[in-house]
Design a protein around this ligand. Structure first.
Ligand code: UT7
Length: 332
């Protein structure tokens, strides 16, 4: 019997309508378009506005579109993983909320928290359920409403993040398409550099935590940058070497969109030209778990069956990793 791999058989995304430009940020904090563009590559990001609008709102739109495109009935889904650091609620899991909203009655699901590496972690985990033969249709969602935890008085973080969601469908392939190899890494000593101080069990919400603005993402940008720029490039190179791939073999690098300078360094290390690098950071910013599926969605029409893709990410934890994927379909 040939080995089963987990093929991505569809991708879809959703971003909210509201566009937060660099120029609007200039009215909120002391910054300017030139600084943001040259240091990060970001021009604008999307923000989910309105009351009672959690991450699931975007994820549900992404998954509904995915099911429509792939002619999949919600009852056929047997598993749904949602990678997010901004769940609707502490519990129940946002995956359960999404499954309920779309009518995926036969799916079990859970949330996965690996910050900006969340999609890569969830894709790897989901693919194992397919490879083992126990599950046939697995939805992997990467979704974050970062605007819920961004301090719009902190110019070092508010310029980076945005809101968005992307989703893929995984199905078994016996022809070798899909997730071929994955390398995942984490190092908890990264906590001081990127975290949210309060709201968890160590520091539950109190009047003091709110007054001290501890319910926002805290980042020591340049420290995180140094780890990100080496580790994301290293892990991408490692998965290539392990699979005897050179830059010429790669059709696309699909990098987490945190900073254009980190993406450029990863592409250089892989010996991959700019024309092979998926990039939409200028219009969506850093949507944490959303960036990689949103890139796949944006570039779907350019992907061809058999293309070799390297997905790579680095984020809070620290967490980082890379997937080697053989794309399973031509544009429909
Ligand atoms: O997504 C997962 C993990 N996160 C990342 O991978 C993000 C990694 N880090 C970064 O992308 C970058 O560190 C940032 C974009 C966050 C910051 O860029 P940087 O080039 O590392 O800037 P910096 O923090 O070293 O600050 C340089 C200067 C400072 O001024 P002084 O001390 O040199 O006078 C900052 O105060 O730039 C100043 N600065 C700003 N100036 C204008 C910081 N933020 C801003 C701003 N506008 N928004």
């Amino acid at each position: 019997m040939s080995k089963i791999t987990a093929a991505i058989t569809g991708v879809h995304g959703y971003v909210p309508e509201y566009i937060l430009t660099n120029h609007e940020l200039e009215t909120l904090v002391e910054t300017n378009d030139e600084w943001i563009t040259s240091r990060t590559g970001i021009k604008e990001r999307r923000i989910l506005k309105g009351d009672n609008q959690g991450t699931s709102v975007m994820a549900v739109e992404a998954v509904k579109g995915l099911l429509e495109k792939t002619n999949t009935r919600p009852e056929e889904i047997d598993m749904l993983i949602c990678a997010t650091v901004t769940p609707d609620l502490v519990f129940p899991a946002t995956a359960n909320i999404i499954a309920n909203q779309i009518g995926a009655k036969n799916a079990f699901g859970y949330d996965l928290g690996a910050a900006c590496s969340g999609f890569i972690y969830a894709l790897t985990t989901g693919s194992k359920f397919i490879e083992s033969g126990t599950h046939k249709k697995v939805v992997v969602v990467g979704a974050d409403k970062m605007s819920a935890i961004v301090d719009y008085t902190d110019r070092t973080t508010c310029i980076i993040f945005g809101d968005g969601a992307g989703a893929v469908l995984l199905e078994p392939s016996e022809e070798g398409y899909g997730v071929i190899d994955s390398i995942l890494k984490s190092d908890g000593s990264g906590e001081p550099y990127l975290h949210m101080k309060a709201g968890g069990s160590r520091h539950p919400a109190t009047i003091e935590t709110v007054t001290n603005r501890e319910h926002f993402a805290y980042q020591e940008g340049s420290a995180v940058f140094k780890f990100a720029v080496t580790n994301m490039a290293d892990v991408a190179a490692e998965v290539m070497e392990k699979n005897n791939l050179t830059g010429d073999d790669i059709a696309w690098l699909v990098p987490h969109q945190a900073n254009k300078r980190i993406i450029d360094a990863t592409a250089r290390r892989m010996n991959v030209g700019d024309e092979k690098v998926m990039m939409n950071i200028e219009k969506f910013g850093n949507t944490t778990a959303g960036t990689i599926p949103l890139c796949l969605w944006d570039y779907e029409s350019k992907l061809r069956k058999g293309d070799n893709l390297i997905l790579a990410a680095f984020g809070g934890g620290f967490t980082w990793g890379a997937n080697y994927i053989k794309w399973a379909y031509d544009p429909k």
